[in-house]
Design a protein around this ligand. Structure first.
Ligand SMILES: Cc1ncc(COP(=O)(O)O)c(C=O)c1O
Length: 470
């Protein structure tokens, strides 16, 4: 029975219901019905006690309730979700996870949502590909590629964080969701909000790639293209967030949102046969993804799903926006903001919110953070495509180029099990490679035209080879 319940006097509701059903035996008040319906719903949606308990400051121990807040009032440090790991240990095993959905929600006990019906659009469980040709090209023996270029529904890892954030947004009662985005986040927020029936307004820098803009507009949200860089967009969103009652996935919902990236750690551990790799290489923008892969590994160790092991955390930034690399190289424990200028727009964050925490992880794990220039980023995109058949965007090109640079510098041991994280899809950033790839051979619909073109292309190939040998 689907009843819309209004606060009306008891006697009236008894009369109404008796009237509606035409039967004197229905002698129940609306208040009673409401209570019963609520009890039934609670039983249906919360079969297990939530495992997340509170928000805590990343600096100090101040605790906060599980609301839409993200900054510690005392230290101004970000807030982090805390869990009851004994409860998680009691709820999960390798077998129970494997029996779960083929999506991020198989790790639900580790995620900050209460409902038994989270927003599941098939996000997660993307392939972990054992690399052969790229590995051989780089001289690595155990290289794996975690391919979130094919994550669902919008082809980037952001679908993970948004699935979690919007599920939590719904639980906290938000009807409008929003974000400050470098592109992929806007795609995800708009798509998943459409699926969940939430109103959506996203903010992006006005100079984003066409594929990122179209890939947002298609879901019909309100899109604000701000004349400024991401850091300016973010500042504006903080102001909007203060005056509108919206759920900004990466501002007031950030503690919940960021937890979604842990699933990139969980999946890799599970896909490696419940083992941790020796090293990972991941892109850094705000630094959140990187720090949460680390948290994911630590949590699996804590609850006994994998053996304890030191995983080295390597990170990648574009030279035109590399505030974390600069701090790493200069031995600083603070990050100085920079003004972004790179083709890698998705990771162009000049003032990274989690920069200092990423730095700390790189250092304490014996990892290394490095940057590459735009030309190297394009080469990285092409290298991955040509060797593995994976078309990544500029963030992935940055990561592959940094991997190559670090191998050549002797930082990565060829024997190590290394996982490189590809976090977005190249179809969204086609501008980055235009002019750097071949063109189709246009021919007449005749055999001799085809043969002539084939001969020409083979001659050109030979000439190119000779040039590279010189
Ligand atoms: C494709 C892609 N990879 C990596 C990142 C970096 O994410 P984070 O801000 O969590 O460091 C982003 C950020 O938007 C992105 O779009």
């Amino acid at each position: 029975m689907n009843l819309h319940l209004f606060p009306i006097p008891d006697y009236f509701s008894r009369v109404c219901l008796t009237g509606i059903f035409g039967c004197a035996t229905i002698n129940i008040t609306v208040a009673e019905l409401y209570k019963r319906e609520k009890q039934a719903m609670t039983q249906a949606t919360k079969t297990k006690a939530p495992t997340f308990t509170k928000l805590v400051s990343k600096e100090g121990s101040t605790e906060y309730p599980l609301k839409a807040i993200h900054i510690c009032e005392e230290t101004f440090a970000p807030l982090e979700v805390a869990y009851d790991y004994d409860a998680i240990r009691a709820q999960v095993s390798r077998e129970s996870i494997q029996a779960g959905p083929n999506s991020i929600w198989r790790y639900k006990a580790f995620l900050p949502v209460e409902s038994e019906n989270p927003i599941d659009v098939g996000t997660g469980m993307t392939p972990l590909v054992k690399s052969h040709r790229l590995a051989r090209r780089l001289g690595l023996k155990n290289l794996y590629i975690k391919n979130d270029a094919v994550n669902m529904p919008t082809l980037s890892f952001k679908d993970r964080v948004v699935s979690v954030a919007l599920t939590r947004a719904r639980e906290l009662g938000f009807s409008t969701v929003s974000c400050a985005s470098t592109g992929n986040l806007a795609n995800s927020t708009a798509a998943i909000a459409a699926h969940a029936g939430l109103d959506c307004c996203v903010f992006i820098p006005a100079d984003l790639e066409a594929g990122k803009v179209l890939g947002t507009l298609i879901y019909n949200p309100t899109v604000m293209a701000v004349k400024g860089n991401y850091d300016q967009v973010n500042r504006l969103c903080c102001e909007v967030g203060n005056s509108y009652g919206w759920g900004f996935v990466n501002i007031n919902l950030r503690p919940y949102y960021s937890e979604g990236s842990k699933t990139l750690g969980f999946e890799v551990a599970e896909q490696l046969g419940w083992k941790l790799p020796d090293r990972i290489v991941a892109p850094l923008a705000s630094g959140s993804l990187y720090t949460k892969i680390y948290k994911g590994f630590q949590e699996f160790i804590k609850v006994g799903l994998v053996e304890d092991k030191q995983v080295r955390f390597n990170g990648a930034q574009a030279e035109g926006c590399s505030p974390i690399v600069q701090a790493f190289q200069e031995g600083r424990d603070f990050v100085s903001p920079v003004k972004p200028n790179t083709i890698a727009k998705s990771i162009a964050i000049g003032n990274p919110a989690d920069g200092i925490y990423a730095l700390d992880i790189a250092r304490k794990t014996g990892g290394h953070i490095e940057s590459v220039n735009d030309a190297e980023i394009v080469e990285g995109i092409k290298l991955l495509a040509e060797t593995e058949g994976i078309f990544t965007e500029t963030a992935g090109g940055t990561t592959i180029a940094v991997l190559k640079k670090q191998v050549e510098a002797g930082i990565i041991d060829p024997e190590e099990t290394t996982v490189v994280y590809i976090t977005g899809n190249g179809l969204k950033t086609q501008e980055a490679v235009q002019g750097y790839i071949g063109e189709p051979l246009t021919i007449e619909p005749k055999l001799d035209s085809f043969e002539h073109a084939l001969e020409r292309s083979r001659t050109l190939e030979r000439l190119e080879w000779q040039q590279t040998l010189v």
